[in-house]
Write a protein that binds this ligand. Structure first.
Ligand SMILES: Cc1ncc(COP(=O)(O)O)c(C=O)c1O
Length: 230
């Protein structure tokens, strides 16, 4: 990419080189905006749970929450890297993001769990497969096995262990991915007809089902869909 960009510059053009995931400070601003939008829509949540890969999503969400003065945590389930390497990816983005947003995120706010990774990036573990089946059959929510499946598996693991659920809603942030199914498809019924019993949106469907477990979920895609990389 560098070579192509140099060639373009030499030809008088102005290329913008975007790294994997768009995870630069500028790219993370998209998720700072997403966090601010979440806070406008719902201020009473405890934790945002997400899959973390190249780190920009987690960094951006933390920046947006800091701007809002929110005390909510951001819990990133690593999709590939071991804990400290994954934290490092997020931490590397924070200084540049602080310059753009004018607000600092404390280093200890970067919380990563690497227990959902399994054999590696893109390889779903049995707990991920169970999470995919649970989300589809209970919520009509199709998660992907590379990102959102790993974060949902982590959320379920924490909930079963009684960890992290402080009696206030948890928020699952899924960047795009494959999540536009409805209950009928999940139940193996014909798709294409949205009946009165089907959720009008992913948000409504998930929120309605998980609230019983003191958890809510929302989807957001401020910086683009993850479907292309899944
Ligand atoms: C659905 C989904 N969740 C989370 C992520 C991780 O985001 P990041 O690479 O910014 O850590 C991605 C990345 O593509 C994704 O597609």
């Amino acid at each position: 990419m560098k070579r192509v960009a140099q060639g373009s510059r030499a030809a008088g053009k102005r290329p913008y080189v975007m790294p994997v995931g768009g995870s630069t400070p500028l790219g993370a601003v998209g998720y700072a905006n997403a966090a601010m939008e979440l806070c406008e829509q719902m201020d009473d949540f405890d934790t945002i749970v997400l899959a973390t890969g190249s780190g920009g999503t987690q960094a951006g969400l933390l920046g947006g929450l800091a701007l809002e003065g929110s005390e909510a945590r951001v819990l990133g389930f690593s999709v590939g890297a071991p804990l400290e390497r994954q934290r490092g990816k997020v931490l590397d983005i924070l200084p540049g993001l602080a310059e753009l947003l004018g607000v600092e995120v404390p280093k200890d706010a970067v919380i990563v769990d690497d227990q959902s990774v399994g054999p590696g990036y893109g390889v779903p573990t049995p707990e991920v497969k169970e999470a995919l089946a649970m989300a589809a059959s209970l919520e009509g929510l199709y998660l992907d096995p590379v990102y959102t499946g790993k974060s949902m598996a982590g959320l379920i693991r924490h909930a079963r262990a009684g960890r992290g659920l402080h009696g206030r809603p948890e928020m699952g942030a899924g960047r795009g991915g494959v999540q536009h199914g409805d209950r009928r498809a999940a139940l193996g019924q014909p798709v294409g007809h949205v009946g009165a019993d089907a959720p009008r949106s992913d948000h409504e469907g998930v929120g309605a089902g998980l609230r019983g477990h003191r958890a809510g979920a929302a989807t957001c895609s401020a910086a683009g869909s993850g479907a292309g990389r899944a």
